[in-house]
Design a protein around this ligand. Structure first.
Ligand code: ATP
Ligand code: MG
Length: 894
């Protein structure tokens, strides 16, 4: 039976028993961050077993792609393990249970697949008598063929949650296969006994304490290895010899010029390559890329291990993409999406292999010398520090060091490696601590781009052909390529893009790849890949890192690309930068030579220049500065750029820019005899290119530091138009000519003032009218006339006036007024002279009132004011004031 016939037979068999055939899920488990990769058929159904989701069908059957990293060391060594395999499975979500699962399993294996019952062995869980009864009584498997096994082998559980016993079906290939030892049995690894199918009976719930309670809705999860069963049916020795895997195996063997089947290392290497490339193809197909973490690292490890086994048996150069092609040729019948994605998959694999070969070349030589040293010293262990250096400097995977050392009989000091890794992190952290050397971002860049440098060619040209020397993915980690829609970073060997520095902001533009970019590119006249360059920076040394968003195609390390700067934007930036130098010179001329640059920012829209100066720059001075700078632009003075030693530059009288560090050779920018500065930025050829320089603001930003902002060229025109438009709009609203706006506004403000005064006068008069009624509401407290009243008063002053008037009217008495102003309360208290002499105190009274309203205040004995926060407490506050009067009388027995 062919592999694909087996797939179909299985799915059809269970379909005819009410199962819904579902497609394989991705190798990347959906919505389950706890899982690295899909490793079993039940993974996509986990939520149904956990009860967190409800299935549409209670019975399902699948052929699921699986990757098991735990089996990586077994690959090539055993006959039955691969990292990638397909698992056929039938599932019941609270529907049928043990009896059906077992009976159907047996029926499929014996009737459909034709295994004879004499070949088959069954394992069950220790105390699963129910399973025993079914196998023995219902199915008829002799008792001595049913083996009870412990928790390790035949009980499925993952911590807290659903779990249960399992039962496996094993096939005995007969005495002609395997080790021949009298102890050979189900547990022997020799290949005679092969576990083909595992039936999991999900029947318990395990709680935190480890108690098992029976589930109300029991479930079935089974897994039958497609390749294993195919190998048995086709009567071939291993899962690498079936009709499907054999084609890949042969392609690998041919590339290696190996006669497969002669045994030894060569056969094993071919099996490893076969498996690892098959796994990689499916992983890349499911969107995984080689990286240093998680799934990406699994992929990287598989590809690098395959590449290394290729080297081991003498394959030269890049070969994995060819094996990948063979994988896709065989597998696309079942997985058509692979064919559609063939190019991207092959390219991803190729790039990773190229990168690895480079690391391998360098690292292998180093490892060899380390091994030689250890052996000649009579040691047996490669020190962790050496393994770390290989990893850190050459990208040599730790596992590979272990494997290569192992082949030479050496171990590797894992804890030493871990320590070295930790120590490096500490160093980086410490360096960050004294904020010198590497911050977290630089550390990341260092990991991704190492010592790479970029030649900046952007002073002379705005478009250049260049090669991509490093790619940083959307996650900030080193990547092979950026794909359509992704945002990441790219380092080129040379670039016309100016990276943000010396206050000048980076260029933007495009990076395209196409005509002749990569071998095999077809030149259709339009770029294969287009990325927008959003900016550029130099986070480390001289490497220019371009921030890009890929709009079409993909860009990978090694690609030859065209880098082109947005010319209009660059031209505008250039104008602003040279204008900064002119304004600097003009400020020194007008204000004095104490003016020093304290910072600057230049982009395509404006320039900003910070300088030392101790007072505001007056309007006449500012006009003079602006005028002088514009006279220089009108003079159309040539701007000369030259290189000089720092000493020379200083002798020439160049002004060093603020806070910049210079190498030995500096760039001197001279504008006639007007300005001489050390500057790495981009400038116009002649000052006339700037057009107009228009200062838009001046102000202080710190003690002794002023900031001036200006626009140039078309930006100056836009600015003039904008301000003019604003003026026109105001004139229209005021219905006067633009010239009369100031006079008109002045008049309006005058009118407004007059009106405010009138309003004030009227409110005071209104308040006076209410004095009579307030006085009438006085009460006598222990023989003293007390007015405690809420009033309306717009501010503290009118409140006080009102209180004065009431006090005068009382002759002898106490006044306490409270008013709401906005969201606060205001209080005022007055006590007439005669009562002050008796010890009554306006301060004490108003304080009690204010306290009741969540505030405070005080003042003189005859007159005091206070505020309160809680406006709802106005009445309570006034009552509290009256209480204070009573309390005073009580304590003085009045
Ligand atoms: P083994 O003990 O042989 O590693 P297992 O107990 O890990 O197998 P299960 O987890 O029960 O296997 O998986 C169910 C079925 O999937 C197995 O019976 C087998 O047919 C198949 N299978 C498991 N691991 C692999 C593998 N690495 N390569 C190929 N098939 C596998
Ligand atoms: Mg296993």
């Amino acid at each position: 039976m062919k592999t694909d016939e087996l797939r179909q037979a299985y799915l059809k068999f269970f379909e005819s028993r009410g199962h819904k055939i579902m497609p394989s899920a991705s190798l990347v488990p959906a919505g389950d961050p706890t899982l690295l990769l899909t490793a079993a058929g039940m993974v996509p159904f986990k939520p149904y077993f956990l009860g967190t989701a409800k299935p549409d069908h209670l019975r399902a059957t699948t052929c699921q792609k699986c990757v098991r990293t735990g089996d990586i060391e077994n690959v090539g060594r055993t006959t039955r393990h691969a990292t990638f395999f397909e698992m056929l499975g039938n599932f019941s979500f609270g529907d049928y249970f043990k009896a059906e699962a077992i009976a159907w399993g047996w029926e499929f294996v014996t009737r459909v697949l034709g295994f004879s019952p004499e070949q088959l062995w069954i394992t069950i869980y220790l105390d699963d008598d129910e399973a025993f009864e079914i196998w023995n009584r219902a199915v008829g498997v002799p008792a001595d063929r049913i083996i009870r096994k412990g928790k390790k082998d035949n009980f499925w559980e993952i911590g807290v949650g659903p779990c249960g016993p399992c039962s496996e079906i094993h096939v005995d290939r007969g005495a002609r296969v395997g080790c021949g030892s009298p102890d050979c049995g189900l547990d022997c690894d020799c290949g005679r006994f092969i576990e083909i199918w595992n039936l999991v009976f999900i029947q318990f719930h395990r709680d935190e304490q480890g108690n098992y309670t029976p589930l109300e809705h029991k479930g079935i999860d089974t897994g039958m290895g497609l390749e294993r069963v195919a190998a048995l049916l086709q009567d071939v020795p291993t899962i690498f010899d079936t009709d499907e895997t054999r084609t890949i195996r042969d392609a690998a063997a041919e590339l290696a010029k190996v006669n497969y089947g002669e045994g030894g290392l060569a056969d094993m290497a071919v099996r490893v390559i076969t498996d690892h490339v098959r796994a990689s193809v499916f992983m890349v197909g499911d969107g995984i890329l080689p990286t240093n973490e998680g799934r990406g690292y699994v992929l990287r490890r598989l590809l690098r291990r395959a590449a290394r086994f290729g080297k081991l048996i003498g394959i030269e150069g890049v070969f994995l993409p060819k094996v990948a092609d063979a994988v896709i040729d065989v597998m696309h019948g079942t997985y058509p999406e692979l064919a559609d994605d063939r190019e991207r998959i092959a390219r991803t694999i190729q790039l990773e292999e190229e990168r690895f070969l480079l690391a391998l070349d360098q690292g292998s030589a180093v490892l060899e010398s380390v091994i030689f040293r250890v052996l000649s010293e009579g040691g047996s262990c490669v020190p962790g520090a050496d393994a770390f250096r290989l990893y850190d400097t050459f990208g040599f995977p730790f596992e590979l060091t272990v494997e290569i050392a192992g082949e030479r009989g050496l171990t590797v000091d894992q804890s030493g490696f871990d320590q070295a890794m930790e120590a490096q992190r500490d160093r980086a952290r410490a360096a960050r601590g004294d904020n010198a050397y590497l911050d977290e971002a630089s550390e990341r860049y260092h990991a991704a781009i190492g010592e790479a440098t970029t030649e900046f060619v952007g002073y002379d040209s705005l478009a250049q052909q260049a090669r991509i020397i490093a790619v940083i993915g959307p996650d900030g980690a080193s990547a092979q390529a950026l794909y359509q829609g992704e945002q990441g970073e790219i380092v080129l060997d040379r670039t016309p893009f100016y990276a943000t520095s010396g206050g000048q902001q980076a260029d933007t533009g495009f990076i395209t790849a196409g005509e002749g970019g990569r071998e095999g590119d077809d030149d259709d006249g339009c770029a294969r890949a287009v990325a927008e360059v959003l900016g550029a920076s130099k986070p480390l040394g001289d490497a220019v890192v371009h921030a890009v968003r890929v709009m079409r195609g993909n860009l990978a390390a090694g690609d030859v690309v065209n880098a082109s700067v947005d010319e209009a934007r660059r031209a505008a930036t250039r104008r602003n930068h040279t204008a900064t130098h002119l304004l600097h010179a003009a400020l020194r001329e007008v204000l004095g030579s104490h003016v020093q640059q304290a910072g600057s920012l230049v982009d395509d829209e404006r320039m900003r220049f910070d300088f030392s100066h101790f007072e505001a720059v007056g309007p006449e001075q500012l006009t003079a500065v602006e005028r002088l700078a514009n006279e220089w632009t009108l003079a159309n003075i040539p701007v000369d750029v030259s290189l000089a030693s720092l000493d020379e530059a200083h002798r020439m009288g160049a002004m060093a820019l603020f806070g910049e560090k210079y190498g030995n050779v500096v760039r001197v920018v001279r504008v006639g005899d007007v300005s001489l500065e050390l500057c790495g930025g981009t400038h116009v050829a002649r000052t006339g290119d700037i057009g107009m320089i228009k200062v838009v603001s001046e102000g202080g930003i710190a003690a002794g530091v002023r900031r001036i902002e200006a626009v140039t060229g078309l930006g100056a025109l836009d600015y003039a138009n904008r301000t003019r438009a604003a003026l026109r709009e105001v004139a229209e609203i005021l219905k006067v000519s633009e010239d009369s706006v100031a006079v008109r506004v002045d008049k309006l403000i005058q009118d407004l003032h007059d009106e405010e005064r009138e309003v004030h006068r009227l409110t005071s008069r209104l308040a006076a009218g209410s004095v009579d009624s307030i006085v009438a509401g006085r009460e006598m407290v222990g023989g003293v006339a007390v007015v405690a009243s809420p009033v309306e008063a717009p501010d503290a002053e009118s409140l006080r006036n009102l209180a004065d008037q009431i006090r005068d009217r009382l002759g002898s008495g106490i006044v306490l007024l409270g008013a709401v102003t906005g969201d606060k309360l205001g209080f005022v208290a007055c006590v007439t002279r005669d009562l002050v002499e008796l010890g009554y105190n306006a301060g004490a009274i108003v304080k009690e009132a204010a306290r009741a309203a969540g505030g405070g205040g005080g003042g003189r004995p005859d007159m005091a004011q206070a505020g309160g926060r809680d406006v709802s407490k106005l009445d309570a506050a006034l009552a509290a004031g009256v209480d204070a009067v009573r309390a005073h009388q009580a304590s003085h027995q009045m």
